[in-house]
Design a binder for this molecule. Structure first.
Ligand code: ATR
Length: 289
């Protein structure tokens, strides 16, 4: 697919202007030497139907898409089929458009998160996991944690808006086993002191003057604090984690791996290491600058 005439890929969402995906994928296309481009497609909800209608036309140059907030669930009704994990998670971040203009939905956010943990050499088996947040990113992370063979011991989730968390769990429960997941009513109930892994999936920390949701002295050596925020590269939460001797990781790795997996779906092949190197470098340079 990537070797054919000039093809277009891109990301739909609202907003999409700050997305780093064009950098990462255009760097990959250049390294691959293919005549392809990755573009931003900012869309209003009312434009989705028409956009997906156009995608089915033989004249469309688009052969692959990423989907970001707020459409990861909304796009499902426009697709022909879902890969197993996208079906389980109930969310799509990657769409493959086949030569026959069939639309297949994938979710590489969850697998991207897990791939980053593998890179960090972090094994989830029998771990006590705590999650802050119940937004768009939580769904894929939580679904992936519920289906991996190396099952964590427990997963506690806290969200400011309890009903949002309950709705998420209720929805996931229809397709996957969420029996290890407990939703808690306050941050204190997360029992962070005995947690092995704390994942921040909230947007708190994106701004320098954001409050930190948890007390620093709850963090401890031996735990991994994972913040899905990657800009700034080191949030206050990650600074606190380091102060307390905990391991700290930001979400740049998850962003990278979800992109690698998306491109592998579009290209229908595994990417060679030199392609991944330029993709990662493009992200790291963007965050540093
Ligand atoms: P994303 O798709 O990136 O996860 P989102 O769907 O807007 O973004 O979710 C943002 C998350 O950050 C939510 O869990 C949100 O909590 P609510 O559901 O209560 O809104 C959480 N969040 C944002 N600001 C917060 C704050 N000041 N305190 C606590 N949680 C916050």
């Amino acid at each position: 697919m990537l070797e054919s005439n000039k093809t277009t890929y891109g990301i739909i969402g609202n907003p999409v202007e700050h997305s780093l995906s064009p950098l990462m994928h255009n760097a990959a296309f250049a390294e691959l030497g293919v005549d392809a481009t990755y573009e931003l497609f900012p869309l209003e909800e009312s434009e989705l139907k028409g956009f997906f209608g156009d995608l089915r036309k033989d004249s469309s140059p688009i052969f692959g898409l990423n989907v970001t907030v707020p459409y990861k669930e909304a796009v499902i009704e426009y697709l022909d089929s879902l890969a197993p994990f996208a079906q389980k998670a109930g969310a799509v971040n990657t769409i493959v458009i086949t030569d026959k203009r069939k639309l297949v939905g994938y979710n590489t956010d969850g697998p991207g998160f897990l791939a980053h943990l593998v890179e960090l050499d972090y094994n989830l088996q029998d771990k006590n996991i705590t999650i802050l947040g119940a937004g768009g990113s939580t769904r894929a992370i939580l679904a992936s944690l519920c289906i991996i063979p190396d099952q964590p011991l427990s997963i506690k989730v806290y969200n400011r808006t309890t009903s949002r968390m309950d709705d998420l769990l209720q929805d996931l429960k229809e397709r996957i086993d969420v029996s290890r997941v407990e939703s808690v009513m306050s941050i204190d109930d997360l029992d962070i002191r005995s947690a092995d892994l704390l994942i921040n999936t909230t947007s708190v920390g994106m701004n320098e003057d954001d409050p930190v949701l948890i007390e620093e002295d709850l963090l401890h050596p031996g735990m991994l604090v994972y913040d899905i925020i990657y800009n700034p590269a080191e949030t206050q939460l990650l600074k606190m984690a380091k102060n307390q001797g905990a391991m700290a990781a930001n979400g740049l790795g998850m962003l990278f791996y979800q992109g690698v997996l998306a491109l592998e779906h579009w290209a229908e092949t595994r990417l060679e290491d030199h392609i991944k190197v330029v993709m990662r470098k493009s992200l790291e340079e963007a965050i540093q600058s």
